[in-house]
Design a protein around this ligand. Structure first.
Ligand SMILES: [Zn+2]
Length: 215
């Protein structure tokens, strides 16, 4: 999650550019002419994405792959549109594939009620509604990966399966740049309480640890 205002892409590691429309962070990764998008923001971030490509001197045709850290609406975002309009494959851990393709999202394991008095909760909720990220736009065709697999896409990320936030939640390790994109595995700002600093996502958006699927 992110509450940074909409801003131009920021290079946070060599060839890794962070984009945000205010609801969630997503990343463009460059490697020798090719591009991988890690997560696809919210559906409403499509124009921001095209503008960011332009700023980097790239085109939609350069986008080889979208890799999803997990199947939540504010990360699946415009992935289907990128798949349809670009020469783009969409990747997701096999335990989140069904949800990315439109199966019903599992229920969170705790009530949101105790957060209702927090203004931060409303800020998060409003930015999700503004980005049209209240439900997943199904990705018609996905490629799946398993734990510890190195994906054959620009940047060659290694998937590290970290179930909890969702069953197929994964962090991506870019070994050649010593960079990890953690998705919602580790966040730097609590979207419900506003507490800053590295922390795990609070319970209401996390699925129970019922799947011990490290393979
Ligand atoms: Zn999430």
């Amino acid at each position: 999650m992110s509450h940074a205002p909409q801003s131009p892409p920021a290079e946070v590691a060599p060839g890794i550019h962070r984009l945000t429309g205010g609801a969630s962070n997503f990343y463009l990764v460059e490697q020798s002419g090719g591009l991988t998008l890690v997560d696809a923001g919210t559906p409403g971030d499509w124009k921001l994405f095209l503008r960011s490509l332009d700023t980097l001197g790239r085109r939609l045709d350069d986008l080889d792959a979208v890799v999803l850290t997990h199947a939540h609406p504010d990360h699946v975002g415009f992935a289907e549109r990128a798949r349809r309009e670009g020469p783009t494959s969409v990747w997701v851990h096999r335990d989140d594939a069904a949800v990315a393709q439109g199966a019903k999202l599992g229920k969170g394991d705790a009530s949101l009620a105790r957060y209702l008095a927090r203004t931060e909760f409303y800020r998060t909720f409003i930015s999700l509604i503004r980005g049209k990220a209240t439900k997943i736009i199904p990705v018609v065709q996905v490629s799946t990966f398993a734990d510890y697999e190195v994906l054959d896409v620009p940047g060659k990320p290694r998937a590290v399966h970290a179930p909890g936030h969702t069953p197929g939640n994964a962090a991506l390790y870019f070994e050649d740049r010593l960079a990890v994109i953690s998705g919602d595995t580790l966040i730097t700002h609590n979207p419900l309480t506003g507490r800053p600093g590295p922390q795990v996502m609070p319970l209401p958006r996390s699925a129970p640890w019922r799947t011990s699927t490290r393979r």
